[in-house]
Design a protein around this ligand. Sequence first.
Ligand code: SF4
Length: 810
Amino acid sequence: MSKTIDDLLVRDISRRSLLKNSVKTGVAITAVSSATLPFVSVQAEPTVTGTPGATETVRHSACLVNCGSRCALKVIVKDDTIVRIEPEDCKNDDVFGEHQIRPCLRGRASRWRVYSPDRLKYPLQRVGKRGEGKFKRISWQEASSIIAKELTRITEKYGNESIYYNYQSGAYYHTQGTNAWKRLLNLNGGFLKYYNTYSTAQISVATPYTQGDYVASHFDQVKNSDLVVFFGMNLSETRMSGGGQVEELRRALEQSQAKVIIIDPRYTDSVIGEHAEWLAIKPTTDGALVAGIVHTLINENLLDEAMINRYCVGFDSQTLPESAPANAGYKDYILGLGDDKTEKTPEWAAKVTGLPAVRIRQLAREIANAKACYIAQGWGPQRHANGEQTVRAIQLLPSLTGHFGRPGTNTGNWPYATSYGVPKLPEGTNPIKTAIPCYLWTTAIDAPETITPTKLGLRDADKLKTGIKFMLNQAGNALLNQHGDVNRTKEILADESKCEFIMVIDNHMTPSARFADILLPETSYLEANDLVDNSYASGSHNYMIAIQPVVTPMWEVRSTYDMCADIAENLGKRQEFTQGLTQMQWIEKNYAEVKSKRTYLPEWSVAKDMGVIDQQIATEKQSIALADFRRDPDANPIKTPSGKVEIYSARLADIASKWELDSDEKITAIPEFCPSWESHLDTKALEKYPLQMIGFHTKGRTHSTYHPIAQLREAVPDEIWINPIDAAARGIESRDRIQVRNDRGIIEIHAKVTNRIAPGVVAVPQGAWTQSNNEGVDIGGCINTLTTLRTSPLAKGNPQHTNLVEIKRI
Ligand code: SF4
């Protein structure tokens, strides 16, 4: 007997009726859900009122998704049912640091994640072909035993390098989730490691060559700025909460009233919210804009070259390292004296970027004449095929113009965030040192022999001993939806002769979950215990939250700590895994460690019911990046080989001479602008696919999390942004259903015709769940059906905004 999950949808979601409608052991379930239907399929709002007359109680949790914020949630519960979610109370909303950590619409809608028809309820085992989405219910004992046996079999047959923990970011726990699974795998002898993230691969790999450590000022410094220049930073649609940097920036701008300029192909909500000027740049061209700016700075004597040479190497020939050829400095490159013999005038930059030359000149003068210019970049400009050069070019601007190490300035990087510092469950030690770039796991399944150090960035080994045979994917949709080239990825996953076992742990039947061999249902964060701190984009504001199960965990969902302990038992390692402690005891242990350094904190018996236990603001000294280096660069060198900002990197020159690159790829010692494949400068490719396609985050999702919530998709519909010039040429109007295609696939989505996107560019909201129809068209509108598995040259990172497409009305 086979049922679809839709058959099992429950309209009255009171706990009793949910349990009444649950399936029996052995019933096959086909993973087809209303939440993956195209566009908005708004369901009737389920009744969530609890028992009439029951008393309301207040419980505390937090939104643990990967938006960079971490909002505390005050959850109102009636009769073990969540009835609404509110912001936690605050001490004084006028005082930064005592203000309300106000969740956005996503966090406030998170009860619908708990009561979603897509919830996974029981352990499931695949019964159809992999990816077909057919499962049968099994017991926890069976699931733990199967996993332990497969882990043992594959480890014995192929070695620990064949075991892989996939990149994920769906839930940031401290005593379960990632740390628990890695701890389990380490007890089994380790696993193949990865480096990079899908968010920051190019920036994290490129930065050390220029600046040593990744350093940045807090946003708080904007209070001392008179000019703010952002390259593609969009806090207002990504982490728009009281617990995120948007709040810190807003308050700082209120004080300084600084002019804000945002360089982005989209007129984002940040342009509106920050009262900014919008410069509509073509994707992949930020490095060319920087070159055009620097040309003006040189031409109009707006640079202090003695100062530049004090802090940097490689701007001009005086400071080039001995190994560098003559005329290899950045100044020679700008003035057309380098290898390409092209002067990077604002007119040259205008042709590349789409920005007027006069505006480029003016921008250079504004930056040079500012008293304190705060320059920062988001993570969009780097997520391109030439992202590494873009990162380094933007990092140059503060160094060349002296806007670093002083109040009101930054380093060109994403602003700094201070962690409160809550400990995590120890992962243990992984004896396997071999690491692949995280975007290359599909290659590590499909063609592991191609992953070498000089071709695809393999670290700590000359080659992979074996391909990935055991895949563990927890709280993540990068097994399919958030990875590139969805159609090709499906083929690789479906081949059971390559990766032999896939286990997925999640809250919902995501597109990735459909490819599981064993599928385990995890507690949502509203059903979990933990002690967490602020996330990576909370700025100088940092804090600690105790989260508690606001309702009894539903169906048979379990904490991943308990899942791991049971699998460890099957491996004969329960005691080693738990060290005799329950998850709750680990939480108390972690709290005791924090309290030992902050003795003013209350006892755990009080703290566990407080929600936000403590919050603070980082000090002014921590806040200004490179302040010591600015004061005395000899006494306080940065962590590059020269101790200075390396505009010319001898290490990159060395890599460029040794690595195997394709003819259209380049690694350069200075941050040259390198035209990207699949860009508007790729004239041959443009003949077939004339539009550049980028992705963007919407306010209705965090990556692909929250996608099943129909109310959010109604509030923030998925629409491709098209400039009226491009729409008129194709007879497209707003709300038309259109197809977007390239050689990798076709998606369907509704159109939004708007001047808020640069001509020649279309923008697709990322994170929508893929759903193929019978013709292989993705009617779910997932952008990754169109993105590539090809990687950027240095970081081997995902270039997910580098795509060419054509669109048509259907
Ligand atoms: S999605 Fe981010 S900003 Fe929104 S509530 Fe959650 S943590 Fe806060």
